[in-house]
Design a protein around this ligand. Structure first.
Ligand code: TNX
Length: 551
């Protein structure tokens, strides 16, 4: 059933049987049982039907989920009650199923206070939420199916990511109290029905610039928590730039001792040890998110150049940079040591990163000649391949010889870009981050005191109302890998500023990346977004209360 038909039907049923959606009336007054009671005598007292599950009034509808699922079929006669005895069961032994089950159990335990034991292997248990990894289909599928009924809940998918997606959906189907972070004594139930869901694009990303201002492990973990629930499955970390180098590299200690001790405005900066970076990667993985590390080169490298004189063509270190200009730095293209350096960095970062991608930057290299730029990437891109990763680069790198599995990240505001178009025509995948739709560092409204505006003002509707498959000439549906919303942090200094810039525009981008345009429209989205307010409040997200949404 289409989403709109499902909304219509569930509203119809809800209005027929209002009792199903109130706190104090059990759901026995369903359409079929009302008819039965009107036309036949009361049932014999010996066969007592099981108590219908009460659905608390603040339980979301199946159609409330962001991003909007592909197909929703509500069944208002069949809800699932969570109790002290509910278990999360994984009949198989697949690690993906166990990981997704563990994630859901962690989320549910906090507010229900129930043990939510994860039981692996053996027969499926009664009163359980089961995670089933199907044999059919590709394990990289992100599709999932969710069946919620009185006698149990099943999440089934061919792959790990699909099971995580099912878990994210289940989380949103419980009342906002589930996000309280402390035990709330109350009834908990999931609304009955079936969701079948598959993403439009397989990459839905957020980017956090930890180079212009540094943010510690705790902030990054919380950002992962916040984005994962909306099925954002990649977090791109912009780890290096002119103002700071944020990742420890063995053999090059000054990168972090010198290059890490700076940021925009002259603050003390900081960096991740390799152990801390591993911790971020593992945390992301446990929530179904893959980390994409970026080492920006050959421009945006002042922090590296301040750390080692030998990386500079003239052999002297420049001053640390605390401003917000771009395009003035370049690695020394003609020196061998540059490539010893880059190889060490790529090998170590690749080794620390289980995901498929390594981002090599490549943007705004205005101090590198075109010929040098091509020479540089001619040497560097094979290193990425040797390290076992697929390169992603900002779209300027489409001017280099990008290997077939290289991804072009489009970031400008124009609707035409020849190099990107050519890359798409030769079967390269394009990641869409047009700055006038996806840049979370832009202002929401002209009157905002904070935020950039070079790419325009991006209100939530602007972030929502665009189509990644028609935004750039010559880059159609098949060439689009997905969407990503970058948060550059020249002007962002605190965690609550991160949250204000990201939310709720990130929910809009998540839906652009996941849901089919036929199933979505702004009025419906803004209503669903309004219902996220209580959840975001409970999670402590300092989101921007834009006037466009009926909060
Ligand atoms: C452009 S987008 C940049 C960044 C800035 C950003 C500010 C891109 C690839 N480069 O270096 O931080 O604008 O909006």
């Amino acid at each position: 059933m289409s989403r709109r038909a499902a909304i219509f039907l569930s509203c119809l049923v809800v209005s027929l049987v209002v009792s199903g959606c109130t706190n104090d009336t059990p759901t026995q007054g369903t359409a079929s049982s009302v008819t039965a009671q009107a036309t036949s005598p009361p049932p014999p007292t010996t066969t007592v039907p099981p108590e219908p599950v009460r659905l608390p009034a603040d339980t979301p509808l199946l159609t409330d989920v962001i991003p909007a699922p592909t197909s929703v079929d509500s069944d208002t006669t069949e809800h699932f009650q969570l109790t002290e005895d509910t278990v999360i069961s994984v009949p198989g032994t697949e690690t993906g199923a166990t990981a997704a089950a563990g994630y859901l159990a962690d989320v549910l335990r906090q507010a229900t206070g129930f043990p939510m034991e994860v039981v692996t292997g053996g027969e499926p248990e009664a009163n359980s939420i089961q995670f089933i990894q199907r044999d059919s289909g590709s394990p990289t599928d992100q599709n999932y199916r969710l069946d919620i009924a009185r006698d149990g809940v099943t999440v089934s998918a061919a792959g790990r990511q699909g099971l995580f997606n099912g878990a994210h959906t289940l989380r949103q189907l419980l009342p906002a109290d589930i996000e309280s972070g402390r035990v709330v004594q109350r009834d908990w139930a999931l609304p009955g029905g079936t969701i079948e869901d598959e993403p439009r694009f397989r990459y839905r990303g957020a980017m956090l610039d930890v180079a212009r201002h540094f943010f510690g492990v705790g902030v990054v973990k919380r950002y992962i928590d916040r984005i994962a629930q909306y099925k954002i499955n990649y977090l791109h970390l912009h780890l290096t730039d002119d103002q700071g180098w944020r990742i420890q590299i063995d053999g090059w200690p000054k990168l972090t001792e010198v290059g890490g001790r700076n940021e925009v405005g002259g603050g003390e900066g900081g960096f991740y040890t390799q152990q801390e970076y591993r911790e971020i990667v593992a945390y992301a993985e446990s929530r179904g998110v893959t980390i994409v590390p970026e080492i920006d080169m050959p421009g945006h490298t002042n922090a590296a150049l301040t750390s080692y004189a030998k990386l500079n063509c003239d052999g002297t270190t420049p001053k640390p940079y605390t401003g917000t200009s771009v395009g003035f730095s370049s690695l020394c293209i003609g020196k061998d040591v540059t490539y010893d350096f880059v190889r060490d960095v790529i090998n170590q970062v690749a080794e620390l990163t289980p995901g498929p991608y390594l981002h090599v930057g490549g943007d705004e290299a205005q101090s590198t000649s075109d010929a040098d730029y091509r020479t540089f990437f001619g040497k560097v891109l094979p290193m990425v391949r040797e390290a076992g990763k697929q390169p992603i680069g900002w779209h300027e790198f489409a001017n280099a010889d990008v290997p077939a599995d290289g991804v072009i990240q489009y970031w400008r505001i124009e609707d035409k870009n020849q190099p990107t178009r050519r890359a798409a025509a030769t079967d390269h995948q394009v990641l869409m981050s047009p700055a006038d739709k996806t840049y979370l560092d832009m202002k929401y409204e002209q009157s905002n005191r904070w935020g950039n505006s070079w790419a325009g003002v991006i209100d939530v509707r602007t972030a929502y109302d665009w189509d990644p498959a028609t935004a750039l000439a010559g880059v159609g549906e098949d060439a689009v890998l997905g969407v990503e919303a970058p948060l550059w942090t020249e002007l962002v200094t605190t965690e609550s500023e991160i949250e204000r810039m990201a939310f709720p525009r990130l929910q809009a981008i998540a839906e652009v990346g996941w849901s089919s345009t036929a199933d979505t429209a702004w009025p419906d989205f803004s209503d669903r977004l309004a219902k996220q307010a209580q959840r975001m409040d409970n999670q402590g997200i300092a989101y921007h209360q834009t006037f466009e949404v009926p909060w």
